[in-house]
Design a protein around this ligand. Structure first.
Ligand SMILES: Nc1ncnc2c1ncn2[C@@H]1O[C@H](COP(=O)(O)OP(=O)(O)O)[C@@H](O)[C@H]1O
Ligand SMILES: [Mg+2]
Length: 364
């Protein structure tokens, strides 16, 4: 018996680039998405997310690289399958239902087969998106959230193997959004569809994704599960994309950098290299001043450094406190998941969880 080869990914991009007017807007992107998996393309506006999606859909053609579905080439040097032959569903922000067609006719739009079969599939899908009984309504009679669910049913109707979604929830108000996001995701997972979701919102990506591909200037700079992307960012900008960050400066000697918060490991960094030590406000611990002294140093939290409260604000689910640090006069921000509003001028001691600090070479 020959060993079975591993199953091909539902969708894969291999070294895909796209050039517009002599400028590469997508650069050497490689991605892989399994059946029932959600990949989020996350990055600031203009970084190439929508273009990547349009390449997968076949609306644009890449200048280099191969796009495959279940091992079959959708687009490469010699092949360029038209969008309608790819088995790909699309949902965009302005999900454009046909205004003159009923809800049922909208959902049936891409379906072929006998009238009975089509009608059965439409009924099934309207039930799945909780719109049973709305088949005869016209789109304008529905709320934004309901219209979005019709768009989802329409995109799912032909059973696409891949679903491409470009900021599909950004037009919905906050109250609706969480519910629709979760329902949409559950439905796509049930159908075993591979999903590529474009968003510029880190919270949305963290909530929705199995894998996040962080994009910048046309490139994927990091791919990983939300937890890993958040806790092991590749560089300072990747860290800053997900939350406010604190940055203190250091210099490396013997693969260590000395700071007021203790020593940090900087493996492989040459002596004399300036580095940024980056940490998130929620990883700062605050302790009271005990007659001019802070808590004892520990291996987990390093050395405490003293700061003076500049201001403290209540943010609803947390308090944000800004400190002016004794060691360099710089500001360090800390968040506390409670009501904690110390008076400006109060001296307090800060420690930072060492396993939540990142040391990056200073490229500025
Ligand atoms: N058809 C096109 N022709 C020329 N430039 C384009 C075209 N489409 C997008 N671009 C440019 O490519 C870059 C990436 O755009 P896009 O993929 O829409 O970014 P994002 O979706 O991440 O905001 C932008 O600078 C945009 O102006
Ligand atoms: Mg876009």
């Amino acid at each position: 018996m020959s060993p079975a080869s591993p199953p091909a990914a539902r969708l894969s991009l291999e070294n895909v680039s796209c050039r517009f007017d002599g400028r590469d807007v997508v650069r050497d992107v490689s991605l892989s998405v399994g059946a029932g998996e959600v990949l989020c393309l996350l990055g600031p506006s203009g970084c190439g997310k929508s273009t990547t999606l349009r390449l997968i859909a076949g609306i644009e053609r890449q200048s280099a690289g191969i796009i495959r579905a279940d091992g079959e080439v959708l687009s490469g040097d010699e092949v360029h399958m038209p969008p309608e032959a790819r088995g790909v569903g699309l949902i965009f922000q302005d999900f454009a239902l046909f205004p003159h067609l009923s809800v049922a006719q909208n959902v049936a739009f891409g379906l072929h087969g006998t009238k009975t079969n089509v009608s059965a599939r439409v009924t099934e899908l309207l039930e799945r998106v909780d719109l049973a009984g709305y088949g005869d309504s016209l789109p304008h009679m529905l709320s934004g959230g309901e219209q979005q669910r019709v768009a989802l049913a329409r995109a799912l109707a032909p059973r696409p193997r891949i679903m491409l979604m470009d900021e599909p929830f950004s037009g919905l108000d906050n109250r609706l959004r969480d519910g629709i996001r979760d329902d949409t995701l559950a439905l796509l997972k049930e159908e075993g569809t591979a999903v590529v979701l474009v968003t510029h919102e880190p919270e949305e990506a963290m909530r929705m994704a199995d894998q996040i591909a962080l994009m910048r200037d046309g490139k994927v700079v990091q791919t990983g599960a939300p937890y890993n992307i958040y806790h092991t960012p590749v560089d300072r900008d990747a860290a800053a994309f997900f939350s406010d960050i604190n940055v203190i400066k250091g210099e490396v000697h013997g693969a260590l950098t000395d700071t007021a918060f203790g020593q940090f490991l900087a493996p492989g960094v040459p002596n004399g290299t300036p580095v940024d030590i980056v940490f998130r406000p929620q990883h700062v611990k605050i302790d009271f001043d005990r007659g001019g002294r802070g808590p004892n140093p520990t291996s987990q939290d390093g050395t405490p450094a003293r700061g003076i409260v500049k201001r403290a604000r209540f943010m609803g689910h947390e308090s944000l406190v800004e400190f002016q640090m004794d060691f360099d006069g710089g500001i360090v921000k800390a968040t506390v998941p409670a009501v904690f509003l110390p008076k400006p001028g109060t001296p307090l001691w800060l420690t930072i969880r060492r396993d939540r600090c990142f040391v990056f070479m200073d490229r500025r």
